[in-house]
Design a protein around this ligand. Structure first.
Ligand code: PGA
Length: 252
């Protein structure tokens, strides 16, 4: 059965005390009867990872990183490796977020290397893709997403690809308060599933989790998640408030 996921991307927010509060608030209020096919993932800044995995221990909350190095280990000052995350029992890592693409000039090639190193170390990749506003206005959104996926993911073999979650995040919707309409999300998610089917076959396409991200909140989540190809969300701003995040979890 296809997994549904609500993942919170905290980005570069929170002090240690705030992070601790938020983590405990989420864990304490998570529905203990959450259906087995629904996963809740919280992705705090790397410096809070040990705290997060400690709080998450024995709970229904899973922890993810926001970024990793494309290198395995060695002289890469300031970087964090996939195996370091693995050693803390982190389950997921966001890879290729549009903010990394924009501010840190990450290319599809580099993102592909990060995906490979994550999977090799037992970390599932939450791979982000999505077009800029001018690319949508020029009707190029399908072509852009296709290239991002082909160049960063399609080197994977079928077994590895099973550990990839895709997050479609139109860049114009991230942090703007303007979410994609449910129709726009469904249309792109169905397109992505078709691409996967073309490469890996219908069975893999059918079990691949495809999340929507970009100004998703408790007001619009239900309508977005009601679409057959929208399997949950990658939530930024609205994941920084426990009540709001829990409402989004309850919308799936
Ligand atoms: P947002 O961010 O929910 O604040 O728009 C989503 C994301 O960047 O993953």
């Amino acid at each position: 059965m296809r997994k549904k996921i609500i993942a919170g991307n905290w980005k570069m927010n929170m002090s240690f005390d705030e992070a601790e509060d938020l983590l405990f608030n989420i864990v304490d209020k998570l529905d203990p009867n959450l259906p087995k096919n629904i996963e809740v993932v919280v992705c705090p800044p790397a410096i809070f990872m040990e705290l997060a995995t400690d709080v998450a221990d024995d709970s229904l909350m899973k922890i993810g990183g926001q970024n990793i190095s494309n290198h395995e280990s060695g002289a890469y000052t300031g970087e964090i490796s996939a195996s370091m995350l693995g050693s803390l029992e982190v389950d997921y890592c966001i890879i290729g977020h549009s903010e990394r693409r924009k501010y840190f000039k990450e290319s599809n090639q580099l993102i592909g290397e990060k995906v490979t190193v994550a999977l090799k170390n037992g970390i599932k990749a939450i791979f982000c893709c999505g077009e800029l506003l001018n690319e949508r206005e020029a009707q190029n959104h399908f072509a852009i997403v296709k290239t991002q996926i082909e160049e960063a993911l399609f080197h994977l073999d079928e077994k590895s690809f099973r550990s990839v979650v895709i997050a479609y995040e139109p860049v114009w919707a991230i942090g703007t308060g303007v979410n994609a309409t449910p129709q726009q999300a469904q249309e792109m998610h169905a397109y992505i599933r078709k691409l996967i089917s073309g490469k890996y076959g219908a069975e893999i396409a059918d079990i691949t989790t495809i999340l929507y991200g970009g100004s998703c909140n408790s007001q619009n989540a239900k309508e977005l998640f009601a679409n057959p190809d929208v399997d949950g969300g990658l939530i930024g701003g609205a994941s920084l408030d426990a009540e709001e995040f829990l409402k989004i979890i309850n919308s799936i």
